[in-house]
Structures are given as C-alpha cells and as structure tokens.
Design a protein around this ligand. Structure first.
Ligand code: G3D
Ligand code: MG
Length: 171
C-alpha cells in the first residue's frame, strides 16, 4: 500500500491538532518526534473509487507554528492541509501566505483548506462569500469542526482520494 506524507499547516490555535485527533485513532497510532517538535499520526483510508492509502499526518507540536514551514518539515509531502479558524480573519491571511511559501519551495502539491470551528457561528469572522471567492480562485475549501466532527472525515477523504490517484501514477 502506498504511504504518503501530509502536512497540516496553519496559524496558532486554528485547530490543527484537534482535527488530526478527531480523524485518527489515537490509541492505535501516535508518535512524537520531540526533537523536531512534530507529532506524527498515521491512518489508512479507503477512498471510494481509489486505492487504499496510508496517510502519514505531520502536525507541528509546539507553539511556534509559523517556523514550521522550515523546508525540513514540509519536504517530501505528497499533499498538505491548510487550516484557518473561521472566527479569526487573520488566520486566513496566514493560510494564504503559507500556501504561497509552499508553492514557491515545492511547486504544485495537492492541497486543500479546512475552514475550521464551523460550530462557532456567533463568533464567525470569515463569511461564506469570502470562502466562495477562494473556491472561484481554484481553492478546494471544506468547512469543518474538530469539535463536532462536522465534515472532518469527508474532507480528509477527499484529499486522500486525490493523493491515492497521484500515488497510483508514480512508478
Ligand atoms: P493548533 O493545533 O492549530 O494550535 P488546537 O490548535 O487543535 O490546539 O486547538 C486550539 C483551540 O481551539 C483548542 O481550545 C481547541 O479545543 C479549539 N478548537 C479546535 N478546533 C475547534 C473547533 O472546531 N471548534 C471549537 N469550538 N473549538 C475548536 P483550547 O481551549 O483547548 O485551547
Ligand atoms: Mg497543535
């Protein structure tokens, strides 16, 4: 089975770790690389119409989220998940910046945006209009909630099926 590295990127406290925790069977697969400040979880998924694929999810373990974009962290990623927090507009700016930096360093890699904390409707600062503008620009956007679980699995599966197809093409 193909195994692919997927990085979770985004501003401080947007919900990266909570999303991974929601998606992954923690007790089954958790490992810390404390020296580099990264938490690695794995999960095998079976996207419909594509080969099963083992996702190796890399999550920054510390507070210093932006320096996570050191080349060593992202290198070798088959795809990445950008996360923003719907209740903090500036986290979308950070996501946009991270996306450009990854593209500049690594070229085109499959990615998507998780617009997280969808459950906090009252505090929402990023509206549907802003998200549809991103979609028009070619972004793949999923609103999610790590708290309720809303859309988390289907959003990860959507990325996984793109990666599975890509992995099947490589020699
Ligand atoms: P990070 O890994 O991106 O830094 P965390 O973010 O996963 O540590 O989450 C930061 C805080 O946001 C946590 O709250 C977490 O519970 C909360 N959070 C994450 N996702 C959601 C969500 O979808 N909805 C809501 N309501 N909260 C969320 P604390 O209080 O533990 O710091
Ligand atoms: Mg975290």
């Amino acid at each position: 089975m193909k195994s692919v590295k997927v990085c979770i990127l985004g501003d401080f406290a947007v919900g990266k770790t909570s999303l991974v925790r929601r998606f992954v069977d923690e007790a089954f697969s958790e490992r810390y690389l404390t020296t580099v400040g990264v938490k690695i979880d794995t999960k095998t998924v079976h996207p419909e119409g594509a080969e099963p694929i083992k996702l190796v999810l890399w999550d920054v373990a510390g507070a210093d989220e932006l320096s996570a974009l050191q080349t060593s962290y992202v290198r070798g990623s088959a795809g990445f998940i950008l996360v923003c927090d719907l209740t903090r507009r500036e986290t979308l700016t950070t996501a946009t910046k991270l996306k450009s930096e990854v593209a500049a360093q690594f070229g085109p890699v499959p990615w998507c945006l998780f617009a997280n904390k969808n459950d906090l409707t009252e505090e929402r600062e990023i509206d549907d209009m802003a998200l549809s503008e991103l979609t028009e620009d070619g972004w793949i956007v999923h609103t999610t909630s790590a708290k309720t679980g809303f859309n988390v699995e289907s959003a990860v599966l959507a990325l996984a099926s793109r990666l599975s197809i890509d992995a099947g093409r490589s020699p």
